[in-house]
Design a protein around this ligand. Structure first.
Ligand code: GLN
Ligand code: ZN
Length: 784
């Protein structure tokens, strides 16, 4: 049987009879690979542009890996992960490892190189990219494997063992990390043409032999540990899936002999049944749990934890940027140790640190106080180590006391608490918030005022964001140009966009969002309780990163945020001009949020601020207001049992923003995804007058959801073309789409619009596509 890790024993002489030295070791689930200043991003993009060589890219990547490993080793982390680096995505790495390359890339055999790898990620001249989707409930996107009964799996990427050896050559013994076979398969999709009924799990017998080869390879390179990431276990798996899970690991047992095996779970509690399955696995040395999000896991551990096994306790939050409350974590660890036994607890992160920002040292602009409350990935590594050390009689008293002072400063800071807002939110909960009249009555009142044709045309908000615009905004921010000049430039941009829309014949106009950098940042910068980092980047997909705002305090709106801009735009046209806001749930879900109050409290605070904005817009004469909830679905909890609670408060928060407007004010909302069949009732419950949704990449199934069963009287605009692609859709094609929609939707409720905002497209694309869209709408109108 595998040998257990040796404990780190304090060398300090012990006072006899006082206490017995104990050891606790430390572990990190995974680490961001983009680099503290997005080094990998820039290296990838210049390589893709043909500006730099393969060697350049590989050098940057090797340096990123080396500095991560060194940092962890120098800090004192015992179990340091390898193979958590990726040139694009860890699921794609697994696809490469298994040789599961879809046939359209023309790969047959041999080690998979950059050409095939990046073609799968980004497409090439002859084959489109593989699909990308959200990794659990994070903002990270992975490349979805496309599998069918005919895939020939083979060991086609030796990345795991190469990275292990690379670290070893640096003198660092690492724990190679693999996405576990169950998580891999259950996050895959059946390849095109493969029957929907095809069971992905039926492929398990075909992929396990490859996993076995990888394990053998790692063992012969000297690996003593292996970490399987199996976050799929936190989902509601059924008993046959759980059975497959046990079978898979039993099957690998012989290959696992001689290795210490860690199965890491994260992002939520492991449900009781899955926990039982997990505990029954013989070949496992240790189990990893997210103890930040998974509060019930503690009870399960109390009830049953096999003797002699290690518990990797994820107490340092990998999903946020807050400094850990070390003394609280210490208590949790103590409790765990009392249950599972001495030297059996390993301090760890709740999940991979991939989902937090990289290094706080680069934040030179943040004020000192706020900065003292934060910890990014590099600091979280230090926290994990400090917690582990304190169990071996080597507690760093200075660090612990400074930590508790910082925690106390955050708790008592007047910057965090605003009693008036807290009271307003408390008062909200007593009542429901609904507009006073029914949607059909409101729509009639609105139509009298707006007098729109059938199948009204509109767009989602943004128009192309040119480099000039970005520069102007940057210069204004840096105070290099005056406010007067700035406003003048934006005004000219609006005029251009308004004129274009009028010429195209669009019915409900937008101002184009030239004044906005980002739909969340623009609002966050004007609300109190928000802070912004300079380098707090988090990988979203491939080389793309986002820099979420930090919500640290109670939220207020010191003054109107969009009224100036929206009124200026409205004055430029006789047609209705949409006021454009980001909804509370989206602002919440795209920010790092407070961990000292429930998410819904924060969301209600934002809702109140947006409500004030909506009402100010209405007063200023804006009669159509769009409140984007692009990210509402993203916040949906992974566990079915928690979803209703979330949806109820999220929808409530949205309704709060517009419950006070007149019948004649038309409220639009927009959503960026199409698979919401499961949350359709909540969407209807939002009670917007018009909803525009992404649709062009899905089928008519979406529409039938609106049609079927539920009486949804409001306007609905399923996108008629995909804005993510530079391709120009023809009039005929769009007309055909509209006709298909009319087969399931009443012509009185249908709107015609693109899938999403146009900011990533250029003007020539936008002009042609919108012109065809309007032509298609007119054509169908004439046939009604
Ligand atoms: N109004 C925003 C825009 O058009 C909406 C963006 C989004 O849904 N992601 O850019
Ligand atoms: Zn969108």
């Amino acid at each position: 049987s595998p040998s257990l890790p040796c404990a780190t024993v304090s060398r300090r002489p012990l006072r006899p009879g006082f206490y017995v030295a104990r050891a606790m070791s430390s572990h990190i689930v995974g680490y961001p690979r983009i680099g503290p200043k997005r080094e990998l991003k820039f290296a990838l993009e210049s390589f893709w542009d043909g500006k730099t060589s393969v060697d350049d890219l590989q050098n940057v990547a090797a340096n990123v890996r080396k500095s991560i490993w060194k940092h962890m080793a120098d800090t004192g982390i015992k179990y340091i992960p390898s193979n958590t680096f990726s040139y694009y995505d860890q699921m794609l790495d697994t696809t490469a490892m298994l040789g599961a390359v879809p046939p359209r890339y023309g790969w047959e055999s041999g080690e998979i190189g950059f050409d095939i790898y990046f073609s799968m990620a980004r497409g090439n001249a002859s084959a489109h990219a593989m699909e990308m989707t959200k990794w659990f409930d994070t903002n990270y996107h992975y490349i979805v494997p496309e599998l069918g009964p005919d895939v020939k799996f083979s060991y086609a990427s030796h990345k795991a063992v190469v990275e292990f050896k690379e670290a070893k050559a640096l003198g660092i013994d690492t724990v190679p990390v693999l996405i576990g076979p169950m998580t891999y398969l259950l996050l895959s999709k059946p390849a095109k043409g493969v029957e929907k009924s095809f069971c992905l799990l039926s492929l398990i017998d075909k992929i396990l032999p490859v996993y076995k080869e990888v394990l053998a390879d790692l063992k012969s390179a000297g690996a003593r540990w292996i970490q399987f990431d199996e976050p799929i276990l936190v989902m509601d798996l059924d008993s046959s899936q759980l059975q497959a899970f046990s079978d898979a690991y039993s099957y690998m047992e012989s290959s696992l002999a001689g290795l210490n095996v860690l199965i890491a779970t994260y992002f939520a509690d492991v449900p009781a049944e899955a926990y039982k399955t997990l505990m029954s696995l013989k070949c496992v040395t240790g189990f990893g749990f997210d103890l930040v999000r998974g509060l019930e896991t503690l009870d399960l551990i109390k009830m049953n934890f096999p003797r002699g096994k290690l518990l990797f306790a994820g107490v340092v939050d990998g999903r946020n940027i807050w400094a850990n409350d070390l003394s609280a974590s210490l208590k949790t660890l103590q409790t765990l140790e009392d249950i599972v036994g001495k030297e059996k607890v390993v301090v760890s992160t709740s999940c991979s640190l991939l989902h937090t920002a990289v290094d706080l040292v680069n934040e030179i602009k943040l004020d000192k106080e706020l900065k003292s409350w934060l910890a990014f990935a590099a600091q979280k590594v230090v926290e994990v180590n400090a917690l582990a050390k304190s169990f071996s009689g080597a507690k760093d008293e200075a660090l612990f006391s400074s930590n508790s002072m910082r925690q106390a400063s955050r708790r008592s800071s007047p910057r965090v608490t605003n009693a008036a807002v807290q009271q307003d939110v408390a008062a909200l909960k007593k009542s429901d918030h609904h507009r006073s009249t029914e949607v059909s009555v409101r729509l009639q009142a609105q139509q009298k005022k707006l007098n729109l044709p059938a199948l009204p045309t509109t767009t989602i908000g943004s128009f192309p964001q040119t480099t000039d615009l970005r520069r102007i905004r940057r210069e204004f921010k840096a105070k290099k140009i005056s406010e007067v000049d700035y406003v003048q430039t934006i005004k000219e941009e609006y005029e251009k966009v308004v004129k274009l829309q009028e010429e195209l014949g669009i019915d409900v106009l937008v101002h184009g969002e030239a004044e906005r950098n980002d739909m969340v940042e623009f609002f966050g910068e004007q609300l109190s309780g928000f802070a912004f980092t300079s380098n707090g980047w988090v990988q979203s997909y491939g080389s793309r990163c986002v820099k979420p705002p930090i919500i640290y305090g109670d939220i207020t709106r010191p003054k109107a945020m969009t009224v100036f801009w929206s009124s200026m735009a409205q004055k430029m046209t006789q047609r209705p001009m949409k006021g454009m806001l980001t909804g509370p749930v989206t602002i919440l879900n795209w920010s790092f949020v407070r961990n000292d109050q429930p998410r819904h409290e924060t969301c209600f605070q934002i809702a109140l601020a947006i409500k004030d904005e909506v009402e100010d817009l209405e007063k200023a004469g804006v009669t159509v207001i769009q409140i984007d909830e692009a990210a509402l679905r993203e916040g949906l909890p992974l566990r079915i049992s928690e979803q209703k609670f979330y949806l109820d408060w999220a929808v409530h928060a949205f309704r709060i923003t517009n419950c006070g407007v007149q019948d004649t004010t038309q409220i639009h909302t927009h959503m960026c995804y199409s698979n919401f069949n499961d949350i359709i009732h909540s969407i209807i419950d939002m009670d917007a007058d018009v909803i525009t949704i992404e649709n062009s990449r899905s089928d008519e199934k979406l529409l039938s959801v609106f049609h079927e069963g539920v009486k949804y009287g409001a306007g609905i605009g399923p996108g008629v073309y995909d804005i993510h692609s530079p391709r120009i859709p023809s009039t005929e094609e769009i007309a055909e789409r509209i006709n298909k929609m009319l087969a399931v939707l009443d012509s009185k409720v249908l709107w015609v619009n693109p899938d999403c905002g146009l900011k990533t497209r250029n003007y020539s694309e936008v002009k042609s596509a919108l012109s065809n869209m309007v032509a298609a709408a007119k054509l169908i109108r004439s046939q009604l």
